[in-house]
Design a protein around this ligand. Structure first.
Ligand code: SAJ
Length: 417
């Protein structure tokens, strides 16, 4: 039997590789020719620990192959992006294109699984696109258990940086359009899954994915709100959270420069878009987290003003160092990163030099070229007047607060303050 994975990005490629490593024939499909060529050479076009070796072996043993045109398969997994359009509305164009691209090659008995994070109702919508394209086949929305094609929603929930472990170990929510669809999807994932398949319907599974990331966003917003209140009250928020978390039923997350990445800052809006009246807390949490970078920048401006007064230097003689650009610790992923946003806005505002310290990269991203200088940790600690801690990379935490001489520190992660 053949498995076809549509979309060979951060989720699709690891999933394709996981099936192929269990000796299943996998055909990966992507519209990006560069990705397809890279994979067919046994290489990868994204950064994820352990993925490279698995893809290399799978391609060498002819279990994994990539192409730009969909082919007939027994099971399809769709793992394409679902970005925003307009005012935080989910954009289903890639799912629609993926569904329409497999429709012509779909054969009786096939299973189609949607993995992309999607608004509630997306699986039914996808089933309708398929049904419209293939009037010769029956689908679960008309034929129920007797349908020619089975359809399920099975969201991914892997943590970037730990994908190859979490893909296999995490439990998986299986939302079939019918019980038969769920049973077939469970059977498919059980090829590599060590976690459990937990069965529900498609709408609940769609909402479950959005709920998981909204839960985290709301909890981070709580921590970020506390950090603003504590700054105003002269209280160390990290000590406060450590103390409060000694209560057996309190477990507060960590404040930071804002919320980054491609999921937590996006998915809650899918809920808000569908139920704006009811999603007051979820929307407010998004706003609290999105506001945090601007609050940090104002803290930096205040620190710079103090430093100018006490040092007698002119603004253009003053050096600001920003520590960390990634969207979370110990990764090199700079996309959708509040640390990047803050560094860029500071560098644009500041008339003197801005140093960026990011031990996980060797070259500044385009956005910061000409605005900042990529500096080492030592250089920045020796040269800068004002320090801005943005990401709690292990390399930064290894420096004790005592070894840091500067008086003006804006520390969004509680590393040196
Ligand atoms: N963050 C904080 N404080 C914290 C924890 C995180 O400010 O206490 C920030 C991080 O610095 C980062 C952002 O939140 O900027 C998101 O990081 P993350 O590690 O919480 O999550 P992601 O975006 O890498 O992955 C999430 C995961 N979801 C949950 O933990 C509920 C992952 O399991 C999902 O599969 C992934 O989103 C996804 O693809 O949806």
């Amino acid at each position: 039997s053949t498995i076809s994975v549509i979309g060979l990005g951060y989720i699709g490629l690891p999933t394709a590789a996981a099936f192929a490593s269990r000796q299943k024939k996998v055909v990966g499909v992507d519209i990006n020719q560069h990705a397809v060529d890279t994979i067919n050479r046994g290489e990868i076009h994204i950064v994820e620990p352990e993925l490279g070796e698995v893809v290399k072996a799978a391609v060498a043993q002819h279990f994994l192959r990539a192409t730009t045109t969909p082919e007939a398969a027994d099971a399809y997994l769709i793992a394409v992006p679902t970005p925003f359009k307009g005012d935080h509305e989910p954009d289903m164009v890639y799912v629609e294109a993926a569904a329409k691209s497999i429709a012509p090659v779909l054969k009786k008995g096939a299973l189609v699984i949607l993995e992309s994070t999607s608004p509630v109702g997306a699986t039914e919508q996808m089933a309708q696109w398929l049904a419209d394209a293939r009037p010769d086949l029956t689908f679960p929305q008309q034929a129920g258990e007797q349908a020619d094609i089975n359809i399920a929603y099975c969201p991914e929930r892997v943590l970037p940086g730990q994908v190859m472990v979490e893909l296999i170990k995490n439990d998986r929510v299986i939302g079939g359009m019918t019980p038969v669809c769920s049973a077939r999807a469970s059977e498919l994932y059980n090829i590599f899954l060590e976690g459990e398949c937990v069965v529900t319907n498609a709408r609940t599974a769609e909402m479950c994915k959005l709920t998981e990331n909204s839960f985290r966003d709301v909890n981070i917003a709580f921590a970020n709100e506390l950090s603003l209140i504590c700054a105003d009250q002269g209280i160390n928020v990290w000590e406060l959270i450590r103390l409060a978390n000694r209560h057996p039923r309190v477990n507060i997350l960590q404040p930071g420069p804002g919320v980054g990445g491609h999921c937590i800052a996006v998915d809650p809006w899918f809920i808000v878009a569908q139920n704006p009246e009811q999603s007051r807390l979820i929307r407010t949490a998004r706003e609290v987290n999105d506001h945090k970078p601007h609050w940090v920048i104002n803290q930096v401006k205040a620190a710079v003003a103090d430093c100018l007064t006490t040092s007698g230097k002119r603004a253009n003689e003053l050096k600001i160092a920003c520590f960390g650009l990634a969207f979370k610790p110990n990764i090199d992923d700079l996309r959708e990163s509040p640390a990047m946003e803050i560094t860029q806005l500071i560098a644009q505002w500041h008339s003197g030099e801005t140093l960026a310290v990011e031990p996980n990269i060797h070259q500044l991203p385009k956005k910061l070229e000409g605005l900042c200088r990529l500096a080492t940790l030592d250089d920045a600690l020796n040269d800068a007047d004002v320090l801005v801690m943005l990401v709690d990379h292990t390399a930064f935490k290894a420096r004790s607060a005592e070894s840091v001489q500067q008086r003006y520190i804006v520390d969004t992660k509680g590393v040196w303050r």
